[in-house]
Design a protein around this ligand. Structure first.
Ligand code: SF4
Length: 417
């Protein structure tokens, strides 16, 4: 195979690895510009908030493992190839020079062993950083089971190192990815989180200390390939943020690429709306001080697909509303549908000087269509009437929820476990 053949094969094979939250989109190019489904280039955000385009590719699609959900598993009869480190480094530099990309997202199948695979990826990064003096963004996926020494070297060369968890329970991981072990995934995560903490300390003491994975670590969970409800997925994500200080958990809607009895029969479309709701709930965990138990529990195990998770929480806690805008504390204001973190800051800053009216909120560009039903301003109710809970639910349902019904129950029922 020549380099371009390898690129098209290994770029296509990398499509299912997530580095951004738009992975599940299916809008293929039809005569216009752009194509969300083709492999090749993806976007991500660096530690300082810039959006960068990355060449997204596998080092190899050869794999000794046999994960049920993966197109590259060893039992699939597909064309296989592998980039030599020098080939991939030169290709990245050539694309960078043409201004096609600003960085590299490198993942891989497991070639011979986790250590052998990571050695190849490491050599690619060494050539990029030392021979080509490339300073662009690099996100590398470490292979679970590789040694700490290799992880250390990856962390010193890459901007972000991550390890994919894929499934949130041990039993699902063992069923769908029989060669993977929870402990092989959590061990490198623990190492990375320890080294990241150590590195923060080193950098505070010594200005010239080398940076270790400055954009932190992330992971990916596949949604819909196993029967876990959303509350278990969110609980797992919350624990990952708390215990391993992950920057992001990416949720990837399961794409049916294999016929396998262990997988759900998805005949309609991947659970993209469920993926979207999980990202919204994840946002609430990270920035809105919600806990996973508040969003979902054993009574309500899955996120509401018709309305966003914050509105869903508000509808289940109508006894806590309406909230008086001029008196409520920071945390309670954050829980009002339609009010975001910046709006809360604006409200708190403004009410130091005068009592706020409904018109003041409109001036602050707070979306009153959503917010009005949950607030009072100087004792005046924001809505034009008091809707029943059912009517309120209709008012809050968003277009995404009305247009796409995710076949959750169908998928779960169709599991042959
Ligand atoms: S380890 Fe599993 S998920 Fe990764 S490439 Fe191999 S078969 Fe696919």
């Amino acid at each position: 195979m020549d380099i371009m053949d390898k690129l098209s094969l290994l770029g296509e094979s990398a499509r299912y690895d997530v580095s951004c939250s738009s992975s599940g989109s299916q809008r293929a190019g039809r005569g216009g510009l752009g194509n969300t489904s083709a492999g090749g280039i993806c976007h991500t955000w660096t530690a300082d908030g810039r959006c960068v385009s990355l060449l997204k590719v596998l080092q190899t699609n050869e794999c000794i493992y046999d994960c049920a959900y993966c197109a590259n598993r060893r039992s699939n009869d597909i064309a296989r190839t592998r980039f030599l480190p020098a080939e991939l480094a030169e290709l990245t530099i050539a694309f960078y020079r043409r201004n096609y990309i600003e960085g590299l997202f490198l993942s891989s199948g497991v070639w011979r062993s986790p250590d052998d695979t990571v050695e190849q990826m490491l050599e690619t990064l060494r050539l990029l950083r030392h021979q080509h003096r490339f300073n662009g963004y690099v996100h590398v996926k470490a292979i679970p089971g590789c040694s700490d020494l290799l992880l250390e070297q990856l962390g010193l060369l890459a901007d972000r190192v991550s390890v994919n968890l894929e499934q949130c329970t041990k039993s699902s991981l063992e069923t769908l990815a029989p060669q993977k072990r929870f402990e092989h995934i959590f061990k490198p995560m623990r190492y990375l989180s320890g080294r990241l903490a150590e590195n923060r300390d080193e950098l505070a003491r010594y200005r010239h200390a080398p940076s270790f994975s400055p954009a932190g670590q992330s992971t990916q969970l596949i949604i819909g390939a196993s029967p876990e409800p959303d509350h278990l997925i969110l609980r797992a994500a919350e624990k990952l943020y708390q215990d391993y200080q992950l920057k992001r958990v990416y949720y990837s809607a399961y794409m049916p690429v294999n016929q396998d009895q262990r997988l759900p029969a998805i005949s309609v479309q991947p659970p993209l709306l469920r993926e979207h709701r999980l990202y919204q709930a994840d946002w609430l965990l990270r920035f809105y001080r919600f806990t996973s138990r508040e969003l979902l529990d054993s009574h309500q195990m899955n996120l509401d697909l018709e309305i966003d998770p914050k509105a869903s929480w508000a509808l289940r806690h109508l006894d806590q509303f309406p909230v008086e805008i001029n008196k409520a504390g920071f945390d309670m204001l954050l829980r009002v549908p339609g009010i975001g973190v910046r709006s809360v800051q604006k409200i708190i800053a403004a009410r130091r000087y005068h009592r706020l009216s409904l018109d003041d909120l409109k001036t602050m560009r707070i979306p009153m269509k959503r917010t009005a039903w949950f607030i009072t301003c100087n004792g005046k109710y924001g809505g034009s009437y008091f809707p029943s809970p059912e009517a309120l639910r209709m008012l809050l349902a968003d277009k995404a929820g009305q247009q796409q019904q995710m076949p959750t129950q169908m998928s779960l029922d169709a599991l042959h476990l």
